[in-house]
Design a protein around this ligand. Structure first.
Ligand code: 7RM
Length: 651
């Protein structure tokens, strides 16, 4: 469609803005900007108004206790997250409404009404209790995208056992370290899962992980792939989900949780090699995701909402499970890959279920852009009314393509910025109100005080700087599990009295925010957070490797791709066999998402005189840019060799 293409380029050049149609605005939950003023006047009253829409056993005494950098929300309040996500809806006409629509990769459908979910969660909560799990005990969940995953999470929440979901794509070793760091006593997994038509051997990974996890007492195994994967069940330890559920009693009293009791831990990559266990608590988290889900996605009773994220990431926690269910919405879960069995799969699902609100990542949008519209045009997308984007900056070209080809110029796009740590969306348009600029996440959500500051923490009126948050918000992380010192160091030490996001951003003359990406050593590969240090540790763990330096190279499709510079130990020869072996080693240590796209062998790594690896320089080499300042370099010859060899080649 060259004509359309031209139009897109024209629009970007024109810096065109997009306002919601009158029809959209008139029917939206938020129709005018007064909400920003109201929230600013009293953020506490603003958040309290949402907390009041939820169910509490006991009301809070104070909305907020703020002793920087520690916040407590709805202090003294008691509630249960599973009660709010399920029980609250079963005494209303929502009782028989679809809570979860599940589409398996093989094309199966399963629809759980709120009543179905109520029954399954109650039963599994009793199973957990029967296995000796008590309030406060951590439960690790390593499952594919099947209904048992949200059921297990909600059952944990019901009895007050914090869950620790580990993405099914992570390796056995990653699973071991997350189980041990959280000291979980129970693991919930499956025999396997489907991905791109083949079976992922989850139980096999789990068995490998469990050779080194002294705290685990039992393993509950969901049968998903059956005959396709042989599993061994360890006597006395491993139990089948379906056996346990057969005789489980149908009702389990929800635990009355303190607002600040732990709801879950979720591990995410930081600047060191060791992932951080991000801690989220009960009342504030639920209030935050409830409010943002409602207003950002402008959710209505009849919506069919689909967020394509895996529940193993925070987006799935907040906006596949808790936000939608707290709102009594219908949330769609898809088990598999966007390309399976063909590249029309996403759109066939939109058509099949009449999806109205669709939330995905820029990397997926760019893939579809590349795949062309042959498959797209086969499907009816007319039910869509609102689109969302999350996980990485969306380039204006991709934004326009999404707007024109998927939204057919009818649907506003909410580009939502947030993090595992923030728990909820913090920067976003409000779809009925905000004038959109393609590529900009626009403005802070009402009640959030975001700023762009310079090196010294001074606010920048217009231009580029560090993205910080200046006031507390209900779903903010409370600490890093088992490492309260690191919480203060990572987030509250770069600038005094401000939360440092690790991102840099640009504020334009109209006050619009343009998120530019990470300033630290955290990569963003296809919307997934991976630390350079983690990959480096995995590489040097291999017996042939002496040193490794990893960088994120700009990538048109994935945002960044992983490039590793490695020096080998004396006498080791570099060849393609070793190259594959090293890539495989990283997959084994971390998981397939961390597989380096290229590995470059070098005699030495460029270092400063004080011995620091110059990653910026390596990035310049990888991206074929003119080299920046190398005056502090210990041995300039190293760079010259690297540059001569790789500087101009496509890597
Ligand atoms: C939700 C999630 C967080 C990092 C964050 C950013 C980047 C996320 C956007 C974005 C530009 C966005 N959690 N990021 N959303 N960058 N525009 N709309 O992704 O913890 O996995 O990652 O992702 O760098 O710091 S996360």
């Amino acid at each position: 469609m060259p004509e359309e293409q031209e139009r897109i380029e024209y629009l970007i050049k024109q810096k065109k803005t997009f306002s919601p149609s009158k029809g959209f605005r008139d029917n939206a939950i938020v129709r005018d900007e007064s909400i920003y003023k109201r929230a600013k006047r009293s953020p506490e009253a603003f958040w309290e108004s949402f907390a009041k829409e939820l169910h509490w056993y006991r009301k809070w005494k104070r909305v907020l206790d703020w002793k920087l950098p520690h916040s407590k929300w709805f202090v003294g309040g008691k509630m249960n997250v599973s009660y709010n996500c399920i029980d609250r809806h079963i005494d209303s006409p929502r009782r028989n409404k679809a809570a979860i629509i599940w589409e398996g990769e093989l094309g199966e459908t399963s629809i759980l009404t709120y009543w179905d979910l109520y029954r399954e969660v109650n039963k599994f909560a009793n199973v957990l209790k029967d296995l000796g799990i008590e309030k406060g005990d951590r439960v690790t969940i390593y499952l594919p995208m099947i209904p048992e995953l949200p059921i297990a999470m909600l059952a944990c929440a019901r009895i007050g056992a914090p869950h620790n979901v580990v993405f099914g794509g992570f390796s056995a070793e990653s699973l071991t370290s997350r189980i041990n760091d959280s000291k979980s006593t129970l693991l919930i997994t499956a025999d396997g899962g489907y991905r791109k038509g083949s079976v992922v051997a989850l139980k096999k990974n789990a068995d490998e992980a469990l050779t080194d996890t002294p705290t685990i007492r039992n393993v509950v195994v969901v049968k998903r792939v059956g005959d396709k994967e042989s599993v061994s069940m360890k006597k006395g330890r491993d139990l089948w989900w379906h056996d346990l559920m057969k005789y489980a009693p149908p009702y389990c009293d929800p635990e009355k949780m303190d607002s600040e009791d732990l709801l879950y831990i979720l591990y995410t990559s930081g600047t060191t090699g060791k992932p951080k266990g991000i801690v989220h608590t009960t009342g504030g988290f639920l209030t935050g995701v409830y409010a943002t889900f409602k207003l950002v996605f402008d959710i209505r009773e009849e919506d069919t909402y689909w967020c394509t994220a895996d529940i193993g990431w925070v987006t799935g926690h907040s906006y596949v499970v808790y936000g939608p269910l707290a709102n009594g919405a219908t949330t769609l879960m898809y088990e598999g890959a966007p390309k399976y069995p063909d590249i029309g799969r996403f759109w066939s699902i939109v058509e099949k279920y009449g999806v109205t609100v669709f939330y995905t990542a820029p990397t997926a949008i760019r893939s579809y852009m590349r795949w062309g519209d042959e498959y797209l045009n086969k499907y009816n997308l007319s039910t869509l009314r609102l689109l969302g984007s999350v996980g990485e900056p969306i380039n204006p070209e991709a934004w326009m393509w999404y707007y024109v080809n998927i939204g057919k110029k009818r649907c506003p796009i909410v580009d939502t910025w947030w993090q595992t740590e923030t728990g909820m969306i913090l920067i976003t348009p409000l779809p009925g109100v905000t004038k959109l600029k393609p590529g900009s996440a626009t403005f802070p959500f009402p009640g959030i005080d975001v700023d762009v500051v310079d090196e010294n923490g001074k606010s920048i009126k217009e231009g580029t700087g560090y993205l910080v948050i200046k006031n507390p918000w209900p779903a903010m992380l409370r600490t890093i599990y088992g490492d309260p010192k690191r919480y203060v160091e990572e987030y509250w030490s770069r600038f005094p009295n401000m939360y440092f996001t690790g991102d840099w951003a640009n504020k334009d003359k109209d006050g619009y925010l343009w998120i530019l990406g990470r300033v630290d050593d955290v990569m963003n590969v296809a919307g997934h957070r991976i630390s350079t240090m983690e990959v480096e540790s995995a590489l040097v763990d291999h017996h042939s490797v002496a040193e490794a330096a990893v960088i994120g190279k700009s990538d048109e499709l994935k945002g960044q791709s992983i490039v590793a510079f490695t020096s080998l130990k004396e006498g080791i020869k570099s060849d393609s066999k070793l190259l594959d072996e090293l890539k495989q080693h990283v997959v084994k240590k971390i998981g397939a998402i961390a597989r380096p796209d290229s590995i470059i062998f070098t005699v030495e790594l460029p270092k400063t005189r004080s011995g620091k690896i110059m990653r910026r320089l390596l990035r310049d080499i990888a991206e074929g840019r003119v080299l920046g300042d190398t005056t502090t370099l210990a041995d300039p010859e190293v760079v010259k060799q690297l540059k001569d060899k790789y500087g101009h080649k496509e890597m």
